[in-house]
Design a protein around this ligand. Structure first.
Ligand code: PMP
Length: 394
C-alpha cells in the first residue's frame, strides 16, 4: 500500500529487505530536493534576497520539525551533521575528551567504536564494554559495576542494534548513567524511523540521528544536545556562519545551533529531510511501528521453521532487523544467491565485527524491514532462502 509513494519500487521488482542499511526515499523527499535546486537554490543564513530567505526558512523548518519529532524542548538543541558517524565523531573529538572512561555496549556499530580508538582509548584503558547476556541482552549488573568503578564517564550506546535488531532499554540505561554522575549519548540509526522517540522522556544527553535511515536523503543527519550542555560543548569545526565577530586576535562564536554548523551545509539534504519527517508524521509513527511489528513477527515465525537455522535473539527483545545463519553454510553465499533472485538483504559483519568475533561467526544474513514491506515480500524472501539453502546443501 505504501510502496506507491516510493519511486524505487516502480522501477524494480527487487524485494528490498536492507532497510537497516538505508531506506528508500518517498516522492515527496525527491520532489523537495528538485524544487530547491530548480526554484530557490541559494545559500542559507547569509544573503538577504528572496530565494536566500526562502532557503533559510525551509532549512530552519526542518530543524523545527525534527525538534517536534523527538520532542526536544528547543530547536537550538538540534544541530545538523552528515549523519550518525559525524554526530558521534563530533562528541568523541570534543566533549568526550574530558572523560577518563567511555562505556559502550557489546552491540555497537564501528561508528561507536573506532572514534574511541582514534582518541587512544582501548579496552580497559579508557574504554569499557558492557557484557552481553544470552539472547544478546544488555547486562545491567555488569553495567552498574562498571559505573561504580568509573563514575563521571560518558556512556555511548545504540538504541537498537543494526546487526541483530536488539532494542536497548535506554530509559533504564540513562537513569543508571546519571545516578553515577555520567553522561549518555545514543546512536539512533535503527530507532528513529521505527518507533516514537522522546528525548526528554528518555532523559538522554546526546541523541545522534541519520536522515538516510529515516526515509531522508543521504549525507544528512543531526545531533540533539541537552539544553544544559549547549554552552559547555566545544565547537568541532569553525568557519563561515559560525561566527559573531572576528579579528586577528580572537573569534566570538554565535550561539547554538549555528556555532556547530560550519561552512555551507547540505542544504538540499536538510530541506529534503523535512519531507521525510512530514511523511512519517502523516502516517503516524505509532502506525509505522504497528505495521512493522506485525511484519517482524511474521518474518520471525517463518524463519523459526527453517531447518538448520541459527537465531541469536528472539522477537520480544528486538525490532525490524533479523539476523541468522544456516548451519554449515557461509552467509555470504546465501546473500549472493538471494541477489540473483532479486532479493536484497545484507550478508556479512554489518560493521559490527567485535560482536561477530564474540559469537565466533564471520557474519550473519540480515533481513531488515520497513513499513512499506509486505507479507508477500517476506514470503518471497523465505521462498528464495529455502531455494538457496537447497542449492548450497546439494
Ligand atoms: N550506527 C548504526 C547502528 C548504524 O546502523 C549505522 C549505519 N549503518 C551507523 C551508525 C552509521 O550511520 P550514518 O550512515 O548515518 O553515518
Amino acid at each position: 500500500m505504501y510502496k506507491k509513494d516510493f519511486p524505487f519500487f516502480k522501477n524494480t521488482n527487487t524485494v528490498y529487505l536492507d532497510n537497516a542499511a538505508t531506506t528508500q526515499k518517498p516522492n515527496v523527499v525527491i520532489d523537495k530536493i528538485v524544487e530547491y535546486y530548480t526554484h530557490f537554490c541559494a545559500n542559507t543564513h547569509r544573503s538577504n534576497f528572496g530565494d536566500a530567505n526562502k532557503a533559510t526558512k525551509e532549512f530552519e523548518n526542518t530543524r523545527n520539525i525534527l525538534k517536534d519529532f523527538i520532542n526536544a524542548k528547543d530547536a537550538k538543541q538540534i544541530i545538523f551533521t552528515k549523519g550518525i558517524t559525524e554526530s558521534l565523531n563530533l562528541i568523541a573529538s570534543t566533549y568526550a575528551k574530558k572523560f577518563k572512561t567511555v562505556i559502550i555496549s557489546s552491540l555497537e556499530h564501528h561508528s561507536n567504536i573506532t572514534p574511541w580508538h582514534m582518541q587512544g582509548r582501548t579496552l580497559n584503558d579508557g574504554l569499557e564494554v558492557v557484557n552481553i547476556k544470552d539472547n544478546l541482552e544488555f547486562d545491567f549488573e555488569h553495567f552498574e559495576e562498571l559505573l561504580k568503578v568509573n563514575p563521571n564517564s560518558l556512556v555511548s550506546v545504540t538504541h537498537v542494534s543494526n546487526a541483530f535488531g536488539t532494542k536497548h532499554d535506554i530509559k533504564k540505561i540513562a537513569k543508571l548513567t546519571h545516578k553515577y554522575n555520567s553522561y549518555i549519548m545514543i546512536d539512533a540509526a535503527q530507532s528513529l524511523a521505527h518507533f516514537k522517540v522522546d528525548v526528554q522522556d528518555l532523559d538522554v544527553d546526546f541523541y545522534a540521528m541519520s536522515g538516510h535511515k529515516t526515509y531522508g536523503p543521504t549525507g544528512v543527519g543531526a545531533l540533539y544536545i541537552k539544553e544544559e550542555l549547549l554552552k559547555e560543548l566545544p565547537v568541532y569545526q569553525t568557519g563561515g556562519a559560525t561566527i559573531n565577530d572576528v579579528n586577528y586576535e580572537r573569534s566570538i562564536m554565535l550561539d547554538s545551533p549555528y556555532k556547530f554548523e560550519a561552512g555551507t551545509q547540505n542544504i538540499a539534504g536538510v530541506i529534503g529531510f523535512s519531507q521525510a519527517l512530514n511523511y512519517l508524521n502523516n502516517i503516524g509513527i505509532e502506525k509505522v511501528f504497528e505495521i512493522e511489528d506485525e511484519l517482524y513477527k511474521y518474518l520471525n515465525s517463518k524463519l523459526e521453521k527453517i531447518p538448520g537455522i541459527i537465531l541469536y535473539n528472539n522477537v520480544s527483545n528486538s525490532i525490524a532487523s533479523k539476523s541468522f545463519n544456516i548451519e554449515n553454510i557461509n552467509c555470504e553465499d546465501i546473500g549472493i544467491l538471494l541477489d540473483k533472485m532479486h532479493i536484497a538483504v545484507r550478508a556479512g559483519h554489518h560493521c559490527a565485527q567485535p560482536i561477530m568475533k564474540k559469537l565466533n561467526i564471520d557474519g550473519t544474513i540480515r533481513a531488515s524491514i520497513a513499513f512499506y514491506n509486505t507479507k508477500d515480500d517476506i514470503d518471497k524472501f523465505i521462498k528464495g532462502l529455502k531455494k538457496a539453502i537447497t542449492m548450497l546443501k546439494d
